[in-house]
Design a protein around this ligand. Sequence first.
Ligand code: FES
Length: 227
Amino acid sequence: MAGIFDLLHALDERAESAYAADGCVVIGIAGAAAAAVTGIADWSDTFGRPARLGIVHAASNTAALALYVASLALRKRKRPLATLVSFAGYGMVTLGAALGGHLVYGETQGVNHARADELPTDWIRLLPLAELMDGKPHRAKLHARDIVVVRQDETIFALLEGCAHLGGPLSKGTVDDCSITCPWHGSRFALDDGRVLEGPATVPQPIFETRVNAGYVEVRAFAKEAP
Ligand code: FES
């Protein structure tokens, strides 16, 4: 919007266009502080390549912020230069936005990592019941997806392996009190319905129906997504 009003001012030289452009820049700078706080919170949960991309994303946004602040300082005395600096800031913020989009859509950061689609609804034989130790999570393959199976007394629970928060391995987590805790950031899910008992996960972990048939544990996805 600042760019549009700056261009308008370059054409009509009306004071209102200049005020509007300056106001947009001020609002953008104020919004950047809030965006940085949420970005740092998201970034603190990333590892490896997404973490490195996050640093580049932050650097381009910081450069954009610096350019917009410089533009604001120049606006009263050197408006044409301020407009150019502002457009340079727009270029940097566009780069930052493209990287931010890639982090979400390409690197699946900040999204639900436990998609419950394409799960088999027919009973699938997994492993002999005797191999399941009480209270010890066991990782198993269900077609192309990994799941975690837990035996507690006579009940067998099965959940998707990758934690809904950021894909942490639930089979390496701890089982306690009818719940399983992710080893990465401590999200705790109820074993019986996958509901979130403690964050940072915000969506339930998909669960499976289980049964024991001829000494083997069998699982299948619920016909509808579990509540
Ligand atoms: S991956 Fe973050 S709590 Fe599981």
